[in-house]
Design a protein around this ligand. Structure first.
Ligand SMILES: *Cc1c(COP(=O)(O)O)cnc(C)c1O
Ligand code: SF4
Length: 439
């Protein structure tokens, strides 16, 4: 394999972040490669679902010779099939007749509400309380880990077309998680000694300037919570904007990681990579090297998505490359039931075949990955695969994480179903009435 870490410093043009959205994507020279119908589809779909890309993705990740099938193109640019045909026609008619933004927004909001904006009971079940006060910037589902949504990290360097957090990016009233007050988080953590992990998430917490992020992190460090072992950052910055780890603010971020380490805590960068191409540029390799030099660990996770990475070879290459670059493969997720799921979903049996096809071709160092895993209301459920018991086909499943800790690591069986794409489409095997967690 080629070592690409020594190279001239990036040109100022390349490391200058520029976002492209519905409003200005036509400025991209590459758009001349799209047909008028494709440009129109981007315009229509992005009225409903978020659309943002940037110069790094456009110039260094997308292979414009392969559009419209290029996976990095599908990852960022809205596709016509992402809306149901009736919804697409409805918005297209409004756009084509130059309706005002209010009319289009009202129609788009109706469609959004029909796209299950908050799957897996995120709002009802996971928002904790502190002395009777709801804390909507926190989710606490599994005892050991608290998710924290800092107020200014609720966007990303680019948007994944399949994003399950999409309602946060389209300004749907009342649906945004975010919390400005780190003080409330700390008070909550003091009352919950079972928490060992705080996971900064969003959006992407690394869109914040380091000084802002540090104000949250340093407050947690200063609180000296005796049971805290780990601060995690859920981020796609390595994939979408690796320059985040370079330059002045990047240096400050690495100093923050070192400071966390200096307080005796582990720093876990929960990196989101969807395709090995994201691991191939000199910039991402330099960024990963710099993160690792701080003693932080990079763990890599991704959903499995049709049109993007529904291929064993893609996962094999991605896991191999992650290991080579010092990242630990962590989760393969199944597409959640939200947004454009019908466009991206892969049936569970097929997901398992893709997983196995990749897993059998990597060493044990990449077999740290767990999946294909569904983040459902009861917990995280991995598909262990099809099996046969007393001549009857079944699908073997494992509860990796449970809302109730007694459920963790419990194996269970569903009727074999080649078409099912989610837990709620599965029936218990062997004539059982319910799954064990449904009592
Ligand atoms: C996945 C997840 C976590 C973290 O689970 P780990 O297996 O510890 O990585 C925490 N909270 C929620 C709500 C999750 O979905
Ligand atoms: S990086 Fe994560 S939160 Fe951001 S758009 Fe992609 S999937 Fe959504």
């Amino acid at each position: 394999m080629v070592q690409l870490l020594t190279r001239p410093a990036a040109t100022t043009a390349a490391n200058q972040y520029r976002a492209y959205t519905r409003h200005n994507f036509r400025d991209l020279p590459q758009v001349s490669r799209l047909s008028p119908a494709q440009v129109h589809a981007i315009d229509v779909v992005s009225q409903v679902l978020p659309f943002k890309t940037n110069n790094y993705v456009v110039d260094e990740l997308i292979n414009w010779d392969e559009i419209p099938d290029d996976p990095m193109f599908v990852l960022n640019f809205p596709q016509e099939g992402m809306l149901r045909p009736a919804d697409f026609s409805r918005i297209a008619a409004l756009v084509d007749s130059s309706q005002g933004p209010d009319v289009i927004r009202a129609a788009a909001d109706e469609i959004r509400l029909s796209l299950n904006p908050h799957p897996a009971g995120q709002i009802e079940h996971n928002v904790p309380e502190l002395d009777g006060l709801r804390l909507p910037g926190i989710q606490h589902k599994y005892p050991e880990t608290v998710l924290f949504f800092p107020g200014s990290g609720q966007t990303c360097h680019a948007y994944c077309t399949f994003c399950f957090r999409w309602p946060q990016f389209v300004g749907m009233d009342g649906l945004q998680f975010a919390m400005k007050e780190v003080g409330l988080l700390i008070a909550y953590l003091r009352q919950h000694p079972e928490v060992t992990n705080v996971l900064f998430t969003g959006g992407d917490p690394l869109v914040m300037k380091t000084s802002r992020l540090a104000s949250y992190v340093d407050a947690i460090l200063d609180a000296k919570l005796p049971n805290l072992t780990t601060i995690r950052f859920g981020t796609k910055a390595l994939g979408y904007w690796p320059y985040r780890f370079l330059g002045e603010d990047g240096d400050e971020l690495l100093r923050l990681f070192r400071r966390i380490r200096g307080s005796g805590l582990h720093v876990a960068v929960m990196a989101h990579f969807n395709h090995p191409r994201e691991l191939s540029t000199p910039t991402v390799r330099e960024a990963m090297e710099r993160v690792r030099e701080t003693g932080a660990q990079i763990r890599a996770q991704s959903p499995l998505m049709r049109h993007i990475n529904d291929d064993s070879d893609v996962w094999r290459d991605m896991w191999r490359e992650e290991v080579r670059l010092g990242a630990i493969p962590y989760y393969m997720f199944v597409a959640r039931d939200t947004g454009a799921k019908h466009y991206f979903d892969v049936p569970l049996v097929r997901a398992w075949e893709i997983f196995q096809g990749a897993y059998q071709n990597v060493s044990g160092l990449a077999r740290t990955v767990r999946g294909p895993s569904m983040s459902c209301d009861p917990g995280k459920v991995a598909v262990l695969g099809p099996t046969e018991i007393h001549g009857k086909s079944a699908l073997s499943l494992l509860m990796l994480q449970g809302r109730n800790p007694d459920w963790v690591m419990r194996p269970f069986f569903a009727e074999y179903d080649e078409a099912a794409t989610w837990l709620d489409e599965l029936r218990p095997a062997f004539g059982e009435e319910k799954f064990f967690f449904e009592d």
